[in-house]
Ligand binder design. Structure first.
Ligand code: ASP
Length: 482
């Protein structure tokens, strides 16, 4: 992805943009100022935003490649999140710095559905032969099912061994009290009351989503889009010569969407910085300590499954060493971590898998968009551990049948989970209900969800990419970087 790195000069236009944003947001964050001190604070905040934009969008990109920029941004984001929360207050980090993270994610997801459509269509038509398509499709589904099943079994095993929720009946009250304190401290209760929303929250929740809204295929279910793309791809391939003009159009559209994503990636350093700062500011150390055992169990499971995929499945079934795989996929893994979104990571996974790793473009184009929608090993593992943890906190012991129901619903829910931040929290109620675990228990785990979401998205994306390697090899394709 090095070629995605920009090398912009400090143009007058960009300086104007930085100054304008800095003043609006810096002064907006102390509005309406009562004392001279408020104005000084606003100006200091404006200076901080100006320096941040100049550093991440000009200084850093001119000196280093994108993966390093992103790495630096993430480290500085953690530091800034922690320091600013102490010095300036959480509201500034969440409501104002958070805008840059929100903007980055909105722009990244802007072309996702059309991109899924054209890349699945191109992949399907590229594979061409219906028999080969059938084999690739069958192998993909088999791989998805086996690895997701394994992830759930690993989760079940760990949560039954570690028993992180046992003897913690008071936890529910502890966590709820903590959540109330947090809400009061950040003024988040005002979020419901749109009249009282700050400028920053208004921009994040109302203005930006209204402007950066994909007009094509908006709000469609990705599975519907994938189905249509496969059907149209098959039909165009069946047309032979007559289908070629349309396929050419879709191929250049594919390139155009990837180009848009590469433009958006210029905002990556500042986006990553803001996302990390916001996460650290939101998390609060108290939650982590309270839920340390649960947090550790999910992390252990995700770590083990990640190692299983990269160190066992990838070399044994895909013939690619873990080192080579991880070097090639590093930008996609970084992006998955900081965006918590498999869908937003998709363009990067496609580029890394085809250009840096050298996988078959047709198989990648077909499998990665489908995988980003239906194959979520990390999510399945997470849902399992979280559900059984909640049951343990409530003192409910689950029979074998109930645990089997958790297995089944976790696999199904992970298929239905959208590749966006926090999506599985919405589906957790289904898994809980399947084993008669109280749904209100979600409140217990929601506090540490963000960091776990970032980590499980890495596992989701890695699972998809290892799948491409495995299927490429089984189809006799030699993986070599281009
Ligand atoms: N954020 C995850 C993803 O995009 C989905 C989830 O588990 O919430 O892969």
């Amino acid at each position: 992805m090095e070629h995605a790195s920009p090398s912009p000069g400090t143009s007058k236009l960009s300086l104007c943009f930085y100054t304008f944003s800095a003043f609006v947001l810096g002064l907006g964050s102390v509005w309406a100022p009562v004392t001279g001190m408020d104005i000084v604070q606003g100006l200091l905040r404006a200076a901080f935003i100006f320096i941040m934009l100049w550093f991440f969008l000009n200084w850093l990109p001119r000196r280093t490649t994108l993966p390093i920029q992103v790495f630096v941004a993430m480290i500085l984001g953690v530091l800034a999140g922690w320091l600013l929360t102490k010095l300036v207050g959480r509201a500034f980090v969440i409501e104002y710095l958070g805008i840059f993270g929100k903007l980055f994610i909105l722009l990244l997801t802007f072309v996702i559905l059309p991109l899924i459509f054209v890349s699945v269509l191109n992949g399907t038509a590229g594979i061409g032969d219906p028999k080969r398509l059938g084999t690739v499709g069958f192998k993909s589904l088999l791989y998805y099912f086996c690895t997701t099943g394994l992830a759930v079994l690993l989760g079940l095993f760990l949560v039954n061994m570690v028993r992180p929720g046992e003897g913690r009946k008071s936890l529910r009250k502890e966590v709820e009290a903590q959540a109330t304190r947090e809400r009061q401290a950040t003024g988040a209760e005002d979020e419901d009351n749109s009249d009282k929303l700050s400028l920053g929250l208004r921009l994040q929740n109302q203005v930006l989503p209204a402007v950066i809204h994909n007009p094509i295929m908006a709000d469609q279910n990705p599975l519907v889009v994938i189905f249509f793309a496969i059907l149209l791809g098959c039909a165009l391939a069946a047309l032979g010569k007559d289908g070629l003009p349309a396929l050419e159009v879709f191929k250049s559209l594919d390139k155009a969407f990837i180009t848009i994503i590469l433009w958006v990636m210029r905002l990556a350093p500042v986006g990553f910085f803001a996302l990390m700062a916001r996460t650290i500011s939101e998390l609060g150390i108290a939650y982590m300590v309270t839920l340390a055992k649960y947090f550790g169990t999910v992390m252990l499971g995700l770590g083990l499954h990640f190692c299983l995929l990269t160190c066992v499945v990838c070399p044994l079934l895909g013939g690619v060493s873990p080192r080579r795989f991880l070097r090639a996929m590093a930008p996609a893994i970084q992006l998955a971590f900081s965006t918590s979104s498999s869908s937003a990571t998709l363009p990067m996974s496609l580029t890394c898998a085809t250009k840096r790793l050298g996988a078959d473009p047709n198989i990648s184009n077909f499998m990665l968009p489908v995988g980003a929608t239906v194959n979520m090993d990390g999510t399945a593992l997470y849902l399992t551990v979280a559900s059984l943890f909640i049951a343990q906190v409530y003192g409910i012991s689950l029979s074998f049948q109930e645990q089997f129901m958790v297995f089944l619903t976790a696999v199904l829910a992970s298929i239905g989970t959208a590749g966006i931040p926090g999506a599985s929290i919405g589906l957790m109620s289904i898994v809980l209900a399947s084993a008669s675990i109280p749904v209100e228990g979600i409140a217990i785990v929601i506090g540490v969800d963000r960091l776990l979401d970032m980590t499980r998205t890495i596992v989701n994306v890695t699972g998809d990419c290892v799948g491409v390697v495995v299927v490429c090899r089984s189809e006799g394709y030699r993986i070599a970087p281009s």
